[in-house]
Ligand binder design. Structure first.
Ligand code: ATP
Ligand code: MN
Length: 480
């Protein structure tokens, strides 16, 4: 067993220690002309080339250099004469750590469709596309923590198993240990959840917001970053059943503070990705250009991925009220010529993704923050405006995505909150702890939820949300 210290490909590609002996471990991407091995170890999207002298190598060993095989190579680092790389390794010793049967390995060095790769999600990490996507995902996750940490926010872990479905954000996944073939029942026939594990009916959380509010009223500024679950039976390219959400909650903040925080956060993390994922974003930019060649000219992006991200950094998001947005949509050509699937005929209707994207992509041509929505299409906890019909809500809309952030200033006044809960049939006794906040030192506060995968979707230029989470959970999809 050899014990040479392994050097990562990323470091080797930047090294100028020509003549020194190095050991590389990784997976074979290609083996050409019985001579050139392209090795990738995941540390970078780029491969290192190892050159073997086939005349001095055991032929059976060379036959085992197939795509996907894990190998260890020791040799001299030399300056490369070949095009496309500065350094390469002149192989002295070659060891196959794990064979990969060329007949059976599904990833061949050719272009595979994203749909096919989704079916082999256990192997798709080994493609350039997914190497880039998940590196960017990592960078964004790191930047989110750094952003909040640098501003003194406390990272709060809110429960994944929840007993309240109060938010009404979506369909719930039930959590139970009861025998579903024969659950204990009350006399009236209903399932007796007193006998369930928690002594009450529980579900996977749809949001950590209500709990985050509790902590914000002590720490001032907190955020969550965790998994959330919604059994929405909608097969869209923007919805998952399990997704990650970032939810800051800030005391003594109003809706303007909330919008500023969200805009700062988005710009900060996009900038971080641009600064740290140059190779990956360059690759993803070109991938998108290739993908869009299959579309008709007028459906292609006007800006390439990098230009789009930079544009987002360098421009203020457009801020306007729901009411103003409805006017724009009502008078738009798309509405008049009946190009929308859902026509906008009156104030009060919920906006569909097609309307959100029209505002962002066609009308303003930049990210948009809509505020002050009708109270009837928003949650009970949003701060009521004096007009009696709207609430201090905000949605941030992004090109290609639609809604990426949903948030609001929260109703901090006990009486108004209780009245709204009554109107909406929200059981107050179950949420006594939430109401307690309004009884003991209440204060204006605000927060929002940023869907992490929608952010990754935007920054990577991918088109399906299932391609930016390692193992997507969606209707009829729970493999791996
Ligand atoms: P949508 O109208 O797109 O379904 P929503 O109004 O249900 O979104 P919120 O409840 O406000 O969304 O959740 C906050 C954020 O979480 C959204 O802005 C979005 O970025 C993200 N999000 C919501 N539902 C999903 C989902 N099913 N999959 C992935 N991300 C989601
Ligand atoms: Mn939804």
């Amino acid at each position: 067993m050899k014990t040479e210290k392994r050097i990562k490909v990323k470091d080797l590609l930047n090294s100028t220690a020509f003549g020194s002996e190095v050991t590389v471990k990784g997976w074979v991407r290609t083996f050409r002309n019985n001579q050139f091995i392209a090795i990738n170890d995941g540390s970078t999207i780029n491969n290192i080339q190892a050159v073997v002298d086939f005349s001095s190598m055991d032929e059976t060993l060379l036959k085992r250099l197939t795509t996907g095989a894990a190998i260890s190579v020791t040799g001299e680092l030399i300056e490369s004469l070949g095009k496309g790389q500065k350094v390469e390794v002149k192989v002295k010793q070659l060891e196959i750590l794990g064979d990969s049967d060329a007949e059976k390995f599904p990833l061949q060095p050719k272009k595979h469709s994203l749909e096919f790769l989704r079916e082999i999600a256990h192997l798709r990490f080994r493609t350039n596309t997914f190497n880039a996507v998940f590196k960017v995902r990592h960078a964004l996750g790191y930047a989110i923590h750094k952003f909040f940490n640098d501003r003194g926010f406390v990272y709060l872990h809110t429960p994944i198993i929840s007993a309240s479905d109060a938010e009404g954000a979506g369909e719930l996944f039930r959590v139970t240990t009861l025998d579903f073939n024969n659950p204990p029942r009350l006399e009236n026939g209903e399932v007796d959840f007193k006998q369930d594990f928690f002594g009450k009916s529980t579900n996977l959380t749809v949001s950590g917001q209500l709990e985050a509010e509790l902590a914000a009223m002590a720490f001032g500024e907190v955020y969550t970053f965790g998994p959330t679950f919604r059994a929405e039976n909608s097969n869209t390219t923007r919805h998952l059943a399990e997704f990650w959400m970032i939810e800051p909650e800030v005391a003594f903040a109003d809706l303007t503070d909330n919008m500023n925080l969200a805009e700062d956060l988005l710009k900060y993390v996009i900038k971080h990705a641009l600064e740290t994922c140059g190779d990956e974003l360059e690759f993803l930019k070109n991938r998108l250009i290739e993908e869009e060649k299959l579309k008709p000219q007028d459906e292609r992006s006007e800006l390439d991925l990098l230009a789009k991200l930079n544009f987002c950094l360098n421009n203020d998001f457009e801020r306007l009220t729901y009411t103003d947005a409805i006017e724009i949509l009502k008078n738009s050509n798309a509405n008049k010529k009946k190009k929308f699937k859902f026509l906008i005929d009156k104030w009060g209707v919920d906006l569909q993704s097609e309307h959100e994207r029209y505002l962002v992509e066609k009308h303003f041509k930049k990210p948009v923050i809509l505020t002050d929505y009708p109270k009837d299409i928003k949650a009970f906890y949003m701060r009521q405006n004096d007009d009696g019909t709207t609430v201090r809500a905000m949605d941030i809309l992004f090109p290609g995505i639609g809604e990426i952030v949903g948030g609001s200033q929260r109703e901090e006044r006990l009486e108004q909150l209780e009245n709204r809960m009554k109107e909406m049939n929200i059981p107050a006794q179950e949420l006594y702890w939430y109401l307690d906040l309004r009884k003991f030192g209440t204060a204006p506060h605000a927060g929002f939820g940023l869907g992490f995968e929608r952010l990754v979707l935007f920054v990577t230029g991918m088109t399906n949300i299932r391609d930016v989470i390692p193992f997507p959970r969606a209707p009829k999809t729970a493999e791996f």
